[in-house]
Design a protein around this ligand. Structure first.
Ligand SMILES: O=Nc1c(NC[C@H](O)[C@H](O)[C@H](O)CO)[nH]c(=O)[nH]c1=O
Length: 159
C-alpha cells in the first residue's frame, strides 16, 4: 500500500451552508480548469451549494496572494482555495514565484482569519502538471483539485 497521500477524513463533513472563494490563475489554463472543476465537483458532492462557491481569476500565480486578501478580508467567505500551476522553465522565475507565493498564502491566514487551502502545483514538467490534474493518458494520479475541495469543506466546518 502506498504510504504517501491524503488519508481518509475522520468523518464525512457536511458542507451545506459554507461559503467558498476560489481564486485561480490563468497560466497553464488546461490544467487549471481541470483542477478547479475537481475542487468544485468534490465540494458539491459534500453538500456545498453551487451558489455558495464564488470564482475569480487572476493573470498568474504571483497575483494570487493579493487577490485572495482583497476578496476575503471582508469576512464574506468561510474558506478560500487559491489555485495556480507553476511549471519550471529555463530560468529561476519558477523558484522565485513558487516560494514567494507559497509564503504569502501561508501568512495570509493570519490576516484574513479563514483557512487558505494550498492549491499551488509546482511542477518540473508539463507531464507532472497533467498527471496531478488527472489529465494524463495513463491516469497515473487523481485530480489534486478534489483533495483541495475536501480539505476546504473539512477546515471550514471544523474551525
Ligand atoms: O512564469 N511562469 C508562470 C507564471 N508566471 C506569471 C506570474 O505568475 C505573474 O503573473 C507575472 O509575473 C506578472 O506579475 N505564472 C503561473 O501561474 N505559472 C507559471 O508557470
Amino acid at each position: 500500500m502506498a504510504v504517501k497521500g491524503l488519508g481518509q477524513p475522520d468523518k464525512k463533513y457536511d458542507g451545506t451552508g459554507i461559503k467558498v472563494c476560489i481564486v485561480h490563475a490563468r497560466w497553464n489554463r488546461q490544467v487549471i480548469d481541470a483542477l478547479v472543476k475537481g475542487a468544485i465537483d468534490k465540494m458539491l458532492s459534500l453538500g456545498v451549494k453551487e451558489e455558495d462557491i464564488f470564482v475569480e481569476t487572476v493573470p498568474g500565480s504571483f497575483e494570487l496572494p493579493f487577490a485572495t486578501k482583497k476578496l476575503c478580508e471582508n469576512g464574506k467567505f468561510n474558506v478560500v482555495i487559491p489555485i495556480g500551476v507553476l511549471i519550471k522553465g529555463s530560468t529561476m522565475h519558477f523558484e522565485y514565484i513558487s516560494d514567494a507565493t507559497t509564503q504569502a498564502l501561508m501568512r495570509l491566514q493570519e490576516s484574513i482569519n479563514i483557512p487558505v487551502i494550498f492549491g499551488l502545483l509546482t511542477c518540473l514538467t508539463e507531464e507532472q502538471a497533467l498527471a496531478r490534474a488527472g489529465l494524463d493518458e495513463a491516469k497515473s494520479m487523481h485530480n489534486h483539485g478534489e483533495d483541495w475541495g475536501a480539505a476546504a469543506v473539512e477546515m471550514a466546518v471544523k474551525f
